[in-house]
Ligand binder design. Structure first.
Ligand code: NAD
Ligand code: DAU
Length: 361
């Protein structure tokens, strides 16, 4: 039975990936989820898989060399899927050092531990051992607001935020391990994800939550920034496909072909909430475009991201399957059906964060 070590599996994309993998492979695989449970890690995301014999959760920090080496020593790990990271751009502007520690040093620790466990005396690696580093399109910087301008795997790195700089650093480390040690890895650079279990500090769940609460919808700057949205399950499928069929040592860009300005997204969320809320739901009365407020812009705010997923389509046949109109409905329905999850995620520490981050905005 093949064993996966998934880091950051209690976060948004990691938990969706774990659900996807068990739906697809059932008892054919084993997953060990290693997560330190920061504010963004939530074991409630994984309730449905907790009782499985082929699933183990280990609370550990990816920067903790001993703990990570022990996990490799005690388990025959075949595949690593490395999600764990600090992921929120706004937080990186306030506390860049945490991002360097987790994203750069944590990735170095994971690479060293995997290499130590897998490398043979002659410098080769056993067939089937693979490390997939999950990264972002933000490493490529910002695109002009012009049709036909896209990020490709060959686009030079030009990160602007401490978050994207730390992810770029981690990507470079993975590349250096492949080049120096022949370390069996892939890198995937994906665009903005949305879907169930996304922590409500990120734009889409934040807008859904605020609208339901009748709070203002804070749009940064003029709202014309463009992001390329991908339904999270399509990302999970792409990651699995790259590990199954991708060429080792290659980078694959993953994107939704779904560019939208932030202001469009907020208006779609308002309209979809109006459509989906029952006619007698009192929240309908306050959900309208008057809630939109333009607030101070994010520092160094990238104007536009857009992926051309030509390589993954041509080589592996991957294409996004969930269109935005359908994906956003599924997502909003999920938040309706998981009000308890949302209430837990937005209580306590999140309240404090929100008040500080949006004070004066
Ligand atoms: P997230 O913030 O929701 O989850 C991150 C997870 O990592 C959490 O469970 C957290 O507890 C864990 N973690 C953080 N620091 C850790 C540490 N030191 N040791 C162990 N675990 C730790 O993030 P996400 O949105 O699910 O993103 C996952 C990965 O995908 C990240 O590497 C991110 O850069 C990348 N990515 C995200 C997006 C997106 O749109 N969200 C798009 C492209 C790539
Ligand atoms: O592109 C991939 C990246 O997408 C990932 O690597 C990151 O981990 C992920 O967080 C995401 O980064 P963004 O900065 O693009 O996502 P966020 O949801 O924070 O913001 C999306 C856009 O919405 C961005 O242009 C900023 C804007 N925004 C965000 C928030 C939180 C607002 O206008 N108001 C808000 O309150």
């Amino acid at each position: 039975m093949r064993t996966y070590l998934v880091t950051g599996g209690a976060g948004f994309i990691g938990s969706n990936y774990i659900h996807y993998m068990f739906r697809k492979y059932g008892d054919e695989i084993r997953i060990i989820n290693v997560d330190v449970l920061t504010y963004a890690g939530n074991l409630e995301n994984l309730r449905e898989v907790e009782g499985r014999d082929n699933y183990t959760f280990i609370r550990a920090n990816i920067c903790d060399r001993e703990a990570i080496e022990r996990i490799f020593a005690e388990n025959e790990i075949d595949r690593v899927v490395h999600f764990a990271a600090e992921s929120h751009v706004d937080r990186s502007i306030v506390h860049p050092e945490v991002f360097v520690e987790t994203n750069v040093l944590g990735t170095a620790t994971m690479l060293n531990a995997a290499r130590k466990a897998w490398e043979q005396p002659d410098g080769s690696y056993p067939e089937g051992k693979k490390f997939l580093h999950v990264s972002t399109d933000e490493v490529y910087g910002s695109l002009p607001d012009e049709e036909g301008a896209y990020f490709y795997e060959t686009t030079p790195y030009q990160p602007h935020s401490p978050y994207s700089a730390s992810k770029a650093g981690s990507d470079m480390l993975v590349r250096s391990y492949m080049d120096t040690y022949g370390f069996p890895a892939n890198i995937t650079n994906c665009s903005n994800n949305y879907g169930p279990y996304q922590f409500p500090e990120k734009m889409i769940p934040l807008m859904i939550h605020n609208a339901l609460e009748g709070k203002k919808l804070p749009v940064y700057g003029d709202g014309r920034n463009v992001r390329d949205w991908l339904y999270v399950e399509d990302h999970a499928k792409a990651i699995d496909l790259v590990q199954e069929k991708g060429r080792l040592f290659e980078t694959y860009n993953i994107g939704g072909h779904n560019e939208k300005r932030n202001i469009e997204i907020v208006k779609i969320i308002i309209a979809t909430l109006q459509e989906l809320l029952p006619a007698d739901d009192p929240r309908r009365a306050h959900i309208n475009e008057d809630l939109i407020t333009f607030v101070e812009d994010r520092k160094g705010h990238d104007l536009r991201y857009a992926i051309a997923p030509d390589k993954i389509k041509a080589e592996l046949g991957w294409e996004p399957e969930t269109m935005f109109a359908e994906g956003i409905k599924k997502t909003i329905r999920w938040y309706f059906e998981h009000e308890e999850w949302l209430a837990h995620a937005t209580s306590g520490a999140y309240q404090e964060y929100y008040e500080k981050m949006y004070a004066g905005r």
